[in-house]
Design a binder for this molecule. Structure first.
Ligand code: ATP
Length: 585
């Protein structure tokens, strides 16, 4: 927490100093007011001195006005400084996450990165705001309250020696119960939030599989636990608050009783007793504030630690000091004895992978699910660093490149179609921000998306919902392919990108891609043997190893696994090249 305060409050030291100043002023004035009240009663009202009543009354008015103004300024600046701190943390956090490689993102997990950016930042922001109001006030009120009370009546102040320990013991007991409950509340809130997120985003699947009842029960269970924790908290609060007031009121009565005797014996004025009671309240208030802080700070410190972990982590995928600049990229890719394990995993998912892919060539990967096909595609553009071996691009290790320059040479079409909220145009421009409308339509034509986009009245300006949920799976896939085509990269990587297309569209797409991929390298992952049979090289993956490579004909002759895959999909299968297309022939 201190590290965050130092970093984000340090640059606003003028506002923070002003805040400290007004806080000190308003707390001191707050301590001064009961003193004036004592004087007005003792020297004015009791003595029948109207002038004194007026003069002290005016002083009280002025002091109270300054105190209110100082209070307003304090609340204004503490809110402003805390909100800006939250804004700056979120800004830095976002740019830190943007720079992280997939390795770190996987290590943190996407869910945790989101919670840290939202809940944790909110927690730190709230605590900062409260702290700025309380942190100085609490000790001044506590110590000042005792000193000022002692000035009114020294002997009576000894009563604090009994009241304060009783309250501290009571608060200690309550906090020891509330602390774990607050922690549990946070965890339970997280789990309810997670469930809501999961169930809302998966609502279509839940309905399709008629799982509403089960999901409802799952939610009920989690929500009930949360309700139980809140209820338990409420019970403790419900008991603790009245008992606290009871202790305070009993203290009040005791002080009045003792004070009454002292007034009777002429050792104390009525005004002094009244002021004394107010100082007791101020002192107790200081104590409460300090207790509140001691409960809030540890929770915020945990959040601050989680935020700092992200802010201080650096991408392991970095540019070398003098990156290699590829002036004339070709797209020749070579894997040399590559092995790879995912972060945190013990077993390698790729073992001793070697192959090469040249411009104009299509290298396809086929194999059982989980055999490592997508991982090869991810490693090629250095989303992760290999554990062993090396990957060369145009003869240079991908680690020698600036990761940004490297990324520009590739156009990935990921397995899961990812579209962003906006329009079709804004999504396609991800491929190349300078592309003209003609180029966008050309890409849509190649990706077999032209027809359905033309049918939408808004065309390129058609709205795309978050995650592209207003498009079908096949439409999303085609838009993602168009986005890659817009880029006109040196290496295309299609990771099972044709799975949602029917065979005829698949064929048309391959034909349309042919002219533009003539000088580019194509990496192609597919589940359907028919859609890769014309690849120049087919690599058969099994359990993270290459179980064979060659053309379709070669593999059919000498690779049992490949033959099995082809046969399991209907023998030689319908060759997509030979499929007739509606409207053709
Ligand atoms: N991000 C990840 N973290 C840890 N392990 C992973 C990760 N992604 C994949 N794996 C594991 O690596 C192995 C290979 O996964 P990969 O996605 O490369 O397989 P694939 O052949 O493309 O499968 P599919 O055909 O189902 O897409 C699998 O066992 C998978 O569980």
């Amino acid at each position: 927490m201190l590290a965050l305060w130092k970093k984000y409050l340090g640059s606003h030291w003028i506002e923070v100093s002003l805040l400290v100043l007004v806080q000190i002023i308003q707390t001191i004035l707050n301590l001064y007011l009961p003193n004036l009240q004592a004087d007005i009663i003792n020297d004015g009202v009791t003595a029948g001195d109207t002038d004194k009543v007026w003069s002290i009354g005016w002083t009280m008015m002025i002091v109270a006005t300054i105190q209110i103004v100082a209070n307003v300024i304090a609340v204004y600046y503490s809110t402003r400084v805390a909100m800006r701190m939250g804004y700056e943390i979120r800004r830095d956090y976002f740019s830190s996450v943007e720079k992280l490689s997939l390795h770190e993102i996987e290590t943190f997990s996407a869910g945790s990165l989101i919670t840290r950016a939202t809940n944790d930042v909110q927690q730190v922001q709230q605590t900062t705001m409260q702290s700025m109001l309380i942190i100085l006030q609490a000790p001044i009120m506590f110590v000042g309250g005792i000193i000022m009370a002692a000035r009114q009546d020294g002997p009576l102040t000894w009563s604090f020696a009994v009241i304060v320990p009783i309250i501290l013991i009571f608060v200690g007991i309550v906090m020891s119960q509330l602390g774990p409950l607050f922690k549990k509340l946070q965890t339970q809130l997280d789990s309810v939030n997670k469930l809501i997120r999961e169930q809302i985003s998966g609502v279509r699947v839940i309905r399709a599989f008629v799982r509403e009842k089960t999901e409802h029960e799952r939610f009920e269970e989690s929500n009930n636990t949360l309700y139980g924790v809140v209820l338990n908290l409420g019970r403790w609060m419900g008991v603790a608050i009245p008992i606290m007031f009871f202790i305070i009121n009993v203290s009040n009565v005791a002080i009045m009783w003792f004070g009454g005797h002292r007034i009777e014996s002429g050792e104390m004025g009525i005004g002094s007793l009244q002021a004394f009671i107010q100082y007791l309240m101020i002192m107790l208030m200081g104590l409460m504030m300090a207790t509140m802080m001691s409960a809030m700070l540890p929770r915020a410190a945990v959040s601050a630690k989680r935020i700092n972990e992200v802010l201080n982590s650096h991408s392991t995928i970095t540019a070398p000091e003098h990156p290699y600049v590829n002036e004339d990229p070709q797209g020749v890719l070579e894997f040399k004895n590559v092995s790879f394990s995912y972060p945190g995993a013990e077993d390698p998912v790729l073992k001793d992978i070697s192959f090469s892919a040249r411009p104009g060539q299509t290298v396809a990967f086929i194999g059982a699910t989980g055999s490592g096909k997508s991982t090869i595609i991810r490693l090629a553009s250095r989303m992760f660093d290999v554990t062993d071996g090396e990957i060369l691009l145009d003869g240079h290790n991908v680690k020698e490149y600036d990761p940004l320059q490297l990324a520009r040479l590739f156009a990935p079409v990921p397995q899961k179609s990812i579209l962003f909220a906006g329009t079709i145009r804004s999504n396609l421009l991800y491929g190349n921000p300078d592309a003209s409308d003609d180029q966008l339509w050309e890409a849509l034509r190649i990706a077999q998306a032209e027809d359905f986009v033309k049918e939408i009245p808004e065309g390129l300006d058609a709205h795309v919902a978050q995650g592209g949920t207003n498009f079908s799976g096949g439409q999303k896939q085609r838009l993602c392919i168009a986005r890659a085509v817009v880029r006109r990269p040196y290496i295309y990587s299609f990771d099972d990108s044709f799975s949602a297309l029917d065979m005829a569209t698949d064929r048309r797409l391959h034909e349309a891609l042919e002219p533009i991929t003539r000088n580019a390298t194509q990496l192609l992952v597919a589940q359907r043997a028919s859609s890769i049979r014309h690849a120049d090289v087919i690599i058969v993956m099994e359990d993270g190893r290459i179980a064979g490579q060659g053309t379709h004909e070669e593999l059919m002759q000498n690779n049992d696994i490949y033959r099995e895959i082809v046969e399991s999909q209907g023998g030689q299968g319908p060759d997509i090249e030979s499929l007739s297309i509606e409207g053709e022939e």
